[in-house]
Design a protein around this ligand. Sequence first.
Ligand code: ADP
Ligand code: MG
Length: 555
Amino acid sequence: MQKILIIDDKKDNLIVASALLKNLIPDCITITAQSGIEGLNKAKTELPDTILLDIKMPGMDGYEVCKKLKRDETLKHIPVIMVSAIKIGGKDLIKGLETGADAYLAKPIDEYVLAAQIKTALRIKKAEDHLRKQKETLENMVLKRTDELMQTNLKLQREIDEHSLTEDKREQLQAQLVQAQKMESIGRLAGGVAHDFNNALSVIMGTAELVINDVDPDGQLREDLDDILMAAKRAADITRQLLAFARKQTISPEVLDLNENIQSLLKMLRRLIGEDIDLAWLPGANLWSVNIDPSQIDQVLANLCVNAQDAIEGVGKITIETRNLTLDKDYCIDHACFIPGEYIQLSVTDSGCGMNKKTLDNIFEPFFTTKDVDKGTGLGMAMVYGIIRQNNGFINVDSEPGKGATIKIYLPRHESTVAEIHKGSTKEIQSGQGETILVVEDDPSILNIMQTILKGLNYTVLTSNAPEKTMSIVKKYAGTVHLLITDVIMPKMNGHDMAELLRSTYPDLKCIFMSGYTADVIAHHGVLDKGIRFIQKPFSRRELAEIIRKVLDEN
Ligand code: ADP
Ligand code: MG
């Protein structure tokens, strides 16, 4: 049902118009207002479909009301038919149109014209309403669709971001994998070369040591043999570093004077960092001793120096320093994970480019590197960290961009002094008491030299160049075999399995493994089980004599 609002200041006019409209359009409702203000208010509350508006009214006239109606967002769509008491001339018409009225009627109103006008107005209103509604739905639909589109876009963008992230990540992982594989294969290669190299060195050192005692101590031959031994030792050091790099070395901590150790490394480190970088060495006085595998010190210093070198462009300086240091509770409160106690501090300072916060935060993370793929592996500091933590030490890094870096390492003090440990080596080489030793080694030249050395040390020697033959050798032997010294890696059967086999029949058989390669094969993670001895090739006559006595004399 449609509503018609009639605004007229004269009550009679209102009644007549109402009755007229009811008659003409039976299904409509009429609302009346007797002033402009009242008309506006009713228009707002009733929202009529058409307004019949008298022009001449006291107070607010029809023009004014029409203007206000057409300016109101909620009312401007309502058709307004203006009714004038006088015949409208052109001027009034224009004025009326300017106010936005939709039609004009002059009094006296012809009821058919009125009916036609009202009906048109109502139809227009209905059509407009319909249109507006459609427009609104359309607009809503567009809005909704836009919103949906935006959401989809967002999702898509996120997916694209994530995708490219995973793509990046994948590439990164791929690079890391390649790098790790590269390290691994270089490690294997280095380890393999070191293995063969150590076997050769064993023969060189062993033979030289054997004959050195037979020559004139002041003669030229003695000097030459000393040179051979020195060169062989140097070669053994290099292979030790190769093995350290390959991480194939058994950890055997020793009580050391760190100063002595670093001193012996300086030459290698200087070679490593090149001539443009000055290497300063500031050993601390009366340094406490530490208990650590010396090869791990090599590894740590080599890594720190290479990093320092990389950080220095052109000319610069690296300082290695040691000192005794007691970390108190206060210090440890400020430094998470540190434990109060006595430490040897080893620091490496460089005049390089320094590090930003992000690098400092990630420096120990495996594979974290700021260097090009072909240069950085991101494993150096991870390795250093691992080594230091393995030895119950601590590490921290002081650095700022452009201000160089200092890496400080704290190794726990070891109570016994190094001097006591070293005493052993100045003692006479200990000989045997005729005990029987079975040597198993597939390399004939090593077997040969071992036999000669052991005989010279007053042992009875049985030899075997193949592990599968040993059982029958031991069985055939009339006396007791006290000790088995065997190579680890041999064709057909490894030394460990062979030893197990022999010990199942001869449980008292003592055993020393020797290898130029690694103890990994006989022990998990390179740490040996209790009661198993391991000697790394190449070894000196003294080292061999000492370990044999140690094993034979222990219960
Ligand atoms: P890599 O040297 O292969 O990048 P490292 O684990 O040895 O891996 O070092 C990780 C990163 O730490 C380096 O890429 C470098 O950004 C930073 N870094 C390490 N030492 C130093 C140093 N002395 N000066 C500046 N940056 C360093
Ligand atoms: Mg490095």
